[in-house]
Structure formats: C-alpha cells, structure tokens
Design a protein around this ligand. Sequence first.
Ligand code: MLC
Ligand code: AMP
Length: 505
Amino acid sequence: MSNPLYDSLFGVHAGKTTPFLHLLDGSTITHLDFLETAAKTANFLTQRGLVTGDRVAVQVQKSPEALALYAACAQAGLVFLPLNTAYTVDELTYFIDNSGASLIVCDEKSKAELAPVAQSLNAKLETLNADGGGSLMDGSAGMPTVFATVERSADDLAAFLYTSGTTGRSKGAMLTQDNLLSNAETLVKEWRFTDKDVLLHALPIFHTHGLFVATNVTLAAGGSMVFMPKFDLDEIIKHMPDATSMMGVPTFYTRLLGDERFTKDLAAHMRLFVSGSAPLLAETHVQFENRTGHRILERYGMTETNMNTSNPYDGERRAGTVGFPLPGVELKITNPDTGETLPQGDVGQIEVRGPNVFKGYWQMPEKTAAELRADGFFITGDLGRIDEDGYVHIVGRNKDLIISGGYNIYPKEIELVLDDQPGVLESAVIGVPHPDFGETVLGVLVPEKGTEPDLDEIHEAVKHSLARFKHPRKLILLDELPRNTMGKVQKNVLRDTYKDMFTQG
Ligand code: MLC
Ligand code: AMP
C-alpha cells in the first residue's frame, strides 16, 4: 500500500516529537501532534461520507488546523482545493460549482452566506475558524489518532488550484501527487534544505508558493516553520534571529528594506532568502545585498507548473534573472506564432516540460489543449530569453495579467464587471507600477454618450463581485480608448500614460 505524497511528506515523520510548527504565542506543535490532528480529521472526513477523489473546497484563515486539513486530504485520497480568503461569495460559488466539490470548509463568519450555496450545489459544509474552532475540529475531536492511509499512485490528483484566464473564466489546474512531490524533492536538494532548517512562513497557504513550495519543502526536509497567520513586519523581525530561511514575494523584501530594524546583524543567522511569484527588481536585489550581505535567490514558477527555474545556491545569483531550469525541467523559448524554438538570446514565449507540469484544466479540454502541447510542453504565457550563460530572463508577458503583491489578477475579469455598470460604455483595466505591490490595478472607463458614471457607486459594485485585491485602486474616465488600426485596445499606450500614477507624488 502506498500514497507517495502522504508517505514522503507526512508519514515519514510519524512518531517524531520534534517541533514542526513554532507558533507566535511561543508554543510548538510537534510532528506527532500534527499528524494526529490530520489523522483525526481524515477519519472525520471519511465518516462524513467523502470518498477517494472527492474535492474539498477550503476557504479558511491560515492556522495549524488548516494545514492539518491539507495533510488529512492527502492521507484520505481527497483532492485539496484551497481558496483565497479574499474571494467573494460570487467567486466562491463558481469554484465550488465548477469543481463539483463534495465538501466546503469555511470560516464560521462565512457560513450564513455559503450554506445556501452548499445546499444548492449538493455539497456538505463544515467550519474551521482562525483559532482552530468550528465544526471540523469538533467533529474530529473524538476520532481515532490513526488512519489507514488511502492508496494513491503518483499520477493521481492531489490538488486543484484555480487560476484565472484571459477570458475571465477561472480554470482548475489539476496537480498530481508527483507534480507536487517531485518539485519539493528537487527544491530540497537545490536549496540545501535539511532538518535543521527553520523557515519563516508568512505566505498564505492557499497558493503554490506558501503551500507547495514553502510547506512541502520544509516537510520533505524534515525541518520546521515559524508559522505566522500573515505577513507582519514586526513578527518577521522578531523571529528572524531564530530562523534560517524565508520565502516571500518581492513585497516582503521591499517592506523589510523599508524598515531600519532590518540590519545585517538581524539577518546574520539566516542562510537563505528566496523570492518569487512576481519580478524582483534588480534594484531590490542589490539593496538587499548591500544591507545584509545576502543575495536573494530568485526563482520562477506558476500554479500550473510549480517551480521551473531557480538561481543557483552555490553559483552566482544574478539580479534580474530567474536562474536555470531545475533538474528534470526542460525550458525552451519559442516563436509565439509558429512554436519553433528560437536561437539562444532571442526573446520569445517560455515553454516548460517536466514532472512538475500539471495534468490539465479540470473539465476544460479545449483550454488544456491550447496551453499544454501534446508533447508535454506547457506554454506559460511569459516572455523571456536565455542569456549566453544559460540564465533565464523574464522580459514580459504574452498574457494580459497583472501581478499585485504576488497575486495574479486577470484584467478581463474586472472589465466584465466594469462594463456592466450603468453609464459605462466600455473599459480597459491595466497594471501600473506600485511601490509596495509592484503593480496595481487601474480601471479606465469610457462613459456612454451624455452620461457621467458615478465612480463611487462603481467602486461599491465591484466590492460585491470581486476580491479586494482585484479592485481598481483608481478609476479614470476617458472619452475613448486608444486603438490600433485593427481596432484592438492599445493597453501599452494606457500603461505608458499612467505609469507614474502611484510612484510619484
Ligand atoms: C492585500 N491587499 C492587496 C494585496 N494584499 N491589494 C492588492 N494586492 C495584494 N497582494 C489589500 C488589503 O486587502 C488591504 O485592503 C490593502 O490591500 C492593504 O493591505 P496590507 O495590509 O498592506 O496588505 P497585507 O495584508 O500586508 O498583504 C500584502 C501581502 C499579501 C503582500 C503581504 O498580499 C501577500 O501575502 N501576498 C502573497 C501572495 C502569494 O502568496 N502569492 C503566491 C502566488 S503562487 P484595504 O481595503 O484594507 O485597504 C505563484 C506561483 C509562484 O505565483 O511562482 O510562486
Ligand atoms: P500564478 O499563476 O499565480 O501561479 O503566477 C504565475 C506567474 O507569476 C508566472 O506566469 C509569471 O508571470 C509570474 N512569476 C512567478 N515567478 C516570477 C519571477 N520570479 N519573476 C517574474 N515573474 C514571475
């Protein structure tokens, strides 16, 4: 009997009384405690009627119990579907419906809104609050502390992560056990993680970075994490002397650099800082080295592929690049029109193939076929080049995407909402530079003739439909959108016009 993901990340720690999670109140949770909570939860989920392959949609605050739910799903052969805590009920309804989730786990606070959704979609509902309270843990409390791990193979699904698309419809990326496990094992080796490592974990656990990179790597190495509910500068600074490593989005690093308490001494005990999910400015890389003597290790990944490339641990970590393809990952730069591989140095679309690459989009064969070639190469939608030393540079995106503080935002989704507002003829949503989030959302509206849309009302309407991080930070009225001769909106012209809006004055 085997279940590669559970066995290698969790089961391997059975019986260990060493710390796995260090909590901010000073307490610790050992591997043993953690695995018992997971086993009890797996027993409860099974008793609730969930069977192998069922999807479990989870929108909860970050907590040790939320992480144990991930372990429980792995152990019980369930597909874990974590969801951003900022998603609105409208957004959640789509994910739950599309995935056919059998169970929704949400915070008590969302129960009233989600209960009718669960009922109409024939899903069960349990609650899990930030403090670990709620019906999930109540139900698990009396359950046995051991669970007969459900057999799974490396090719079986372990998780769904929803990622938005250029059409505005989100797609469920299906990740197998091996996608997750192979990547975690590679990263442990590449980044030299061991059981001595203590990782500062301040990322959310509903995305690839916080769950499959930070958590899985720590588990695969047998290390421990300072487990923070969210990024909090004071807590990071307080705990850095106890830690060895941190993983973060560029905003973490610019915020640290903005604080005088962040000094070379404070970072002296650290061995590794990793950045990803969004471009790290070369300037930030240099400032960080000047301040601490550490070179941030930048890597490049995606929801669909986990991690693809990384700067070297021992060799030169080159600012403004994402390093080399990871062992086992093939990366090529192709002509977006023909798919042909381009000569080294030329800019084209980045394609990747390897055990890290997902299985496809859930119940979307056409979208899968459009992005995942029959030969296994995935078209990332990122534009890049490989320099003469083999370092990969990401130079732009072939997809209309904004990355704000590490969260992906697809303009189309926001434009669909804006276009529906009274008095709005059409809209264009663009990303513009932002000092804290890297990029932020700007909405440009064209009013219907003779009307003047109420911008405050539009901001209000957006709140109901879309998660807070997707809201336009500003709305601008224009008589018409710039278009090329083919009639296509020239977003590059808009981006250029408004590029200084949030960085100056
Ligand atoms: C929070 N807000 C954001 C935001 N995060 N707005 C835009 N973009 C974001 N990323 C909102 C808040 O709701 C708040 O709204 C206001 O902005 C200011 O909030 P804050 O308190 O300053 O933000 P904070 O809570 O500190 O969060 C910022 C952050 C967080 C950067 C710490 O966004 C974060 O943890 N980001 C990490 C995202 C991540 O894990 N990405 C990995 C994806 S995986 P209001 O209304 O109160 O003003 C992936 C693959 C890969 O991409 O390669 O890794
Ligand atoms: P997501 O779909 O949320 O997983 O985001 C994946 C996207 O984030 C990639 O396609 C890239 O555009 C971007 N990304 C991730 N890491 C980096 C990085 N180090 N530099 C630039 N962009 C990155």
